[in-house]
Design a protein around this ligand. Structure first.
Ligand code: THU
Length: 137
């Protein structure tokens, strides 16, 4: 893998640590997400699958829930890791969930651990998005 900045390496390490705890017996596709929040802390979460497939959770909402529970309010950066060589990008629903707590400029780093990281932003992954300000927030 190409060299990561030390901040990104810290996020990667957190995403990988939580990915090892993922509950993904059905897909075998373990995902970890680590958020650097506005309070300077890192919050991580993994995917949680379910025998009733549609009610499984992705890693990103788990990390968002950890952030809110821990006192963070905004996503400054998020790192998503998963298997394989292709960057593991947030699914469509997760892009919208990230949108609630981030801006178009928020960096998102996506990695399949056998490949190279994709450095992108929420605005690139979810252009022309709908968010809280449309509702006066
Ligand atoms: N998954 C995530 O956790 N995040 C994503 O953004 C992509 C998909 C999980 C959901 C499911 O448990 C597994 O990966 C296979 O889709």
């Amino acid at each position: 893998m190409v060299q990561l900045s030390s901040d990104d390496q810290t996020l990667f390490d957190a995403a990988e640590a939580v990915r090892a705890k993922a509950y993904a017996p059905y897909s075998g596709f373990s995902v970890g997400a680590a958020i650097l929040a506005d309070d300077g802390k890192i919050y991580a979460g993994c995917n949680v699958e379910n025998a009733a497939y549609p009610v499984g959770n992705c890693a990103e909402p788990s990390a968002i829930a950890a952030m809110l529970a821990g006192g963070g309010k905004r996503i400054e950066k998020i790192f998503v890791t998963g298997p394989g060589a292709s960057p593991v990008t947030p699914c469509g629903g997760c892009r919208q969930r990230i949108r609630e707590f981030a801006s178009a400029e928020t960096p998102i780093i996506c990695l399949g651990v056998e490949g190279e990281p994709l450095h992108t932003t929420l605005g690139e992954l979810l252009p022309h998005s709908f968010g809280p300000e449309f509702l006066g927030r």
